[in-house]
Design a protein around this ligand. Structure first.
Ligand SMILES: [Zn+2]
Length: 132
């Protein structure tokens, strides 16, 4: 949704933002701090607090208008961080996919299997000795 959204209570264009690579857009009134999400389109269709107007969306709020609340900004940052994290995980998976053994990233541990196997062989040898 690229159209601007107006707060029907304050009659002002709401500021909007969205997380990177996200289809969901958030709108907040700079005056009454009501927040809406493009996920819930019926809010805009029913004009229950917000309505879509013809003016182009404001890319970022001018400095003289109060910005979204600290909580909303924090939440947007959390979402952005999560998006970056998922993108990094996805990139890692792509980078490792052609490799036969993606475990090469894990530092090789000193193989405890060899002494254990040796002990097992000794135990088997000891057991066979005790057999009549
Ligand atoms: Zn408002």
């Amino acid at each position: 949704m690229d159209a601007a959204v107006e707060c029907t209570h304050c009659k002002v264009v709401m500021t909007s933002w969205s997380a990177p690579a996200s289809q969901i857009r958030y709108f907040q009134c700079p005056f009454c701090a009501r927040t809406h999400s493009s996920l819930y389109g019926e809010v805009f269709r029913r004009r229950a607090g917000a309505r879509v107007i013809d003016a182009p969306a404001r890319a970022s709020a001018p400095a003289e208008i109060p910005m979204a609340s600290a909580e909303d900004i924090r939440w947007a940052r959390v979402k952005a961080t999560a998006a970056q994290w998922f993108a990094r995980v996805e990139a890692d998976e792509r980078a490792c996919a052609p490799r036969a053994a993606p475990v090469t990233r894990v530092p090789a541990r000193p193989a405890p299997a060899a002494p254990a196997a040796a002990r097992a062989r000794m135990a088997v040898a000891a057991g066979t000795k005790r057999k009549p």
